[in-house]
Ligand binder design. Structure first.
Ligand SMILES: Nc1ncnc2c1ncn2[C@@H]1O[C@H](COP(=O)(O)OP(=O)(O)OP(=O)(O)O)[C@@H](O)[C@H]1O
Ligand SMILES: [Mg+2]
Length: 346
């Protein structure tokens, strides 16, 4: 099992720190984050660094099975418990005894089953289906979800008591677009890995132009998407087969969205430092600051102007700037009115 967590962002640094602090405690841990961010990787790391390493690691995907099957998967059953139960089957809670039980996609579990899981967590024992017997289990329960469980809890879709039980420790893995500084390290790591994997083939490594696109893309499918795109680039080469279109940002950053700024800064930096072609001599903080601020101002002003139908007096009030400043900025930043709006008013 490969378990190296690549990244230098604050989020990843904090996660590595948490893993070390939590691994030996056996405290129930909830790992959250969008699809493909590396939740399972975090869980594997928790296990690998804990004193339960070498004991069973049992994973259950709670989204993959219908309710009844999931229940028998978790708790097991006695022979004859239901039609088709030809022999006794041990449940995952029992199999994970002394090790780790990884409840993946816990947000998809039904409410009745949530109660049953809560019961086991509270008492440390359970009865398999069709059995009177009490089975004790000492397992470290680690759960993962891409749902926002706090909201689901408020909407009555997730039990609060189970949520608090599961999330003694919370580890949130941020989406890749919020930590673009990790992207070059991930690319580097996986380019090496895939060069090995496809060593019989003539693989192509992403060139500077491609690197730039990879670094400024918003990666809705996170690290898994990055892996797939890299494989395609390395096997199919460059930007054939629609990869170029795929890497177009889905929508421009929303004005006022501070998270949209990080990739912007990053792509500015990439103008100076692309792959191995490093030319840092001309990089100055002042220049970058001006460029990024200009872009933010341009977006916000254009947004407000468009919202007010290019009513400049209204826009100055909203933006809290003078009329003169607004006119200057429109000109200086090259903000164009949409078709049909007269631009000669200033
Ligand atoms: N920081 C990282 N460093 C190296 N590899 C990573 C990192 N984050 C994710 N990966 C890799 O990306 C792939 C997807 O990660 P993983 O399966 O852990 O995501 P997930 O959050 O569980 O996704 P899903 O919600 O779809 O189940 C895996 O191959 C994993 O090893
Ligand atoms: Mg997963």
């Amino acid at each position: 099992m490969r378990t190296e967590i690549i990244g230098v962002s604050q989020n990843i640094e904090r996660i590595k720190e948490l893993i070390n602090q939590v691994a030996d405690t056996g405290l129930n841990t909830l790992v959250s984050g969008e699809t493909g961010v590396g939740k399972e990787l975090v869980v594997q790391n928790l296990y690998a660094r804990s004193n339960r390493q070498g004991r069973p690691f049992v994973k259950v995907n709670c989204a993959a099975l219908p309710d009844g099957l999931l229940e028998s998967e978790l708790f097991g059953y006695e022979q004859g418990a239901f039609t088709g139960a030809q022999r006794r089957r041990r449940g995952k809670f029992e199999l994970a005894h002394s090790g780790v039980l990884f409840l993946d996609e816990i947000g998809d579990m039904s409410l009745p089953l949530q109660s049953k899981v809560l019961h086991v967590l509270q008492g440390g024992h359970f009865s398999p289906l069709g059995s009177e017997k009490d089975v004790r289990t000492d397992t470290w329960v680690v759960a993962a979800t891409n749902h926002d469980l706090e909201t689901e809890m408020k909407n009555g879709k997730f039990r609060g008591d189970l949520y608090y039980r599961l999330s003694t420790i919370k580890i949130h893995v941020a989406p890749l677009r919020e930590r673009p500084e990790d992207i070059p390290y991930l690319i580097d790591f996986y380019v090496k890995e895939y060069s090995q994997l496809f060593k019989d083939k003539k693989v192509k490594k992403p060139d500077n132009e491609v690197m730039k696109k990879l670094l400024s893309y918003h990666w809705p499918g996170n690290v898994r998407e990055l892996q797939n795109v890299l494989k395609r680039i390395m096997i199919l080469g460059e930007f054939e087969e629609g990869i170029d279109e795929m890497l177009q940002p889905a929508d421009a950053p929303r004005p006022g969205d501070p998270l949209a700024i990080a990739p912007m800064v990053h792509s500015e930096l990439m103008d100076y430092d692309i792959g191995n072609n490093i030319d840092l001599k001309t990089l100055s903080l002042k220049k970058i600051r001006k460029k990024v601020l200009d872009r933010v101002e341009k977006e916000v002003i254009a947004y407000v102007l468009n919202k007010t139908g290019w009513n400049r007096s209204k826009a100055t009030k909203i933006l809290n700037i003078s009329y003169k400043t607004l006119l200057y900025k429109i000109k200086d930043l090259g903000i164009e009115p949409p078709e049909g709006v007269l631009s000669d008013e200033y």
